[in-house]
Design a protein around this ligand. Structure first.
Ligand code: ZN
Length: 366
């Protein structure tokens, strides 16, 4: 069976205006390009085509999430506000999250794209799937969009899979460099969704994603944060997978694994200060695929989140898709020779201390 791939040109038409990275232009900030602009995703899609891998992927057609589907997670006031502003001239979903005319419908198509990927995997039409959607989703909470996210794409797809497909236990492994606060908030009191986030310690949102946030009520123990120190590279991420992520998944026994996938933990990302390489993403994908094969028939869905290096995101994404498909293309990572010389890629003691603390939390997963 092939790997499914979700893409739609309209994802690239979600307008984040002429902000200067994360600042609105003003009399003291020169207009520029918003950090979350189409280019990294478009270049990833283009490299997948140029590499020849696209020919081996099963295209999955996205659909629009309905307002009722969005409302399983989001408050009606939030949905209505985005819809109204989108029908006019756009607005700001709150912190750092401008959007233009039509972004409501495009965000519906993003959430619907992730749901379509879930359907294809759950129904056995593909072995796994990557949804290259935009806008991203993992920061959006029930009542507000934030961090470039309007609606919680993965959350909405998980809620639907449990309701419609009767999938029981679902685990998320968020490797975006920022904390997956929206996903955490959605399932904080639930023990049928294990939420794991690896991220740069206290990067975004502020004061979010600490080790002490482990869930509440029935969900106590079912939220796992791994707040890695800035400068963490492939060594730290692979160690975190070996010592925390894979043992947690093994204890939890998910029926489906979902990856909110951001490539902003890369060594050249403008918004993060980590050092992961394309080979690091490849290694993490390989470990997740092994876990998925052992635990849930290989069922793995990735939902695209952040990643802001225009030249590097495509190679990180291609490495992930090569692993998911099992097909190695002729493309080599042009950054590899440069990054191979960087110090600090190996696991450092202060990184291991955080990983060891997170590993202590795994035993509360039952
Ligand atoms: Zn991010």
């Amino acid at each position: 069976m092939a790997t499914g791939f979700v893409w739609h040109e309209l994802y690239m038409w979600h307008n984040t205006w002429n902000w200067a990275q994360v600042f609105p232009p003003s009399l003291t900030v020169q207009p520029g390009e918003h950090a979350e602009n189409p280019e990294t995703k478009r270049r990833l899609r283009n490299l997948i085509e140029v590499s020849g891998l696209l020919d081996h992927l099963t295209q999955i057609k996205p659909r629009h999430a309905t307002e009722d589907e969005l409302a399983r997670f989001h408050g009606r006031a939030h949905i209505e506000r985005i819809k109204t502003l989108s029908a006019e001239n756009g607005g700001d979903a709150s912190a750092l999250t401008p959007f233009g005319r039509g972004s409501f419908e495009i965000a519906q198509l993003a959430a619907g794209g992730v749901m379509a990927a879930f359907d294809a995997v759950i129904e056995g039409r593909v072995k796994n799937a990557y949804a290259l959607v935009r806008p991203p989703g993992h920061h959006a909470t029930a009542d507000v969009g934030m961090g470039f996210c309007l609606f919680g794409n993965a959350v909405i797809a998980i809620m639907r899979a449990q309701l419609v497909h009767k999938v029981g236990r679902i685990a998320t492994v968020d490797w975006d460099v920022h904390h997956g606060n929206g996903t955490q908030s959605a399932f904080y009191g639930r023990n049928d969704v294990l939420t794991i986030s690896l991220h740069q310690d206290n990067l975004f949102p502020a004061q979010s994603g600490g080790l002490a946030e482990t869930g509440e009520g029935k969900g106590a123990g079912f939220n796992l944060n791994i707040p890695l120190p800035p400068g963490s590279g492939d060594g730290a991420y692979v160690a975190a997978f070996e010592q925390v992520v894979i043992p947690a998944l093994t204890r939890f026994k998910p029926e489906l694994i979902v990856v909110p996938s951001g490539f902003d933990a890369s060594g050249v990302d403008p918004l993060g200060r980590m050092m992961v390489t394309s080979e690091g993403y490849r290694a993490m994908t390989r470990m997740l695929m092994k876990a998925a094969a052992d635990l849930c028939g290989g069922r793995l869905v990735m939902s695209h989140e952040g990643g802001y290096s225009q030249t590097y995101v495509p190679y990180c994404g291609l490495a992930v898709l090569e692993e998911m498909t099992g097909i190695k293309t002729h493309v080599t990572d042009p950054w590899a020779p440069l990054m191979a010389n960087w110090g600090g890629q190996a696991l450092q003691p202060h990184q291991q201390a955080v990983i060891a603390a997170a590993a202590q939390l795994v035993k509360s997963i039952t």
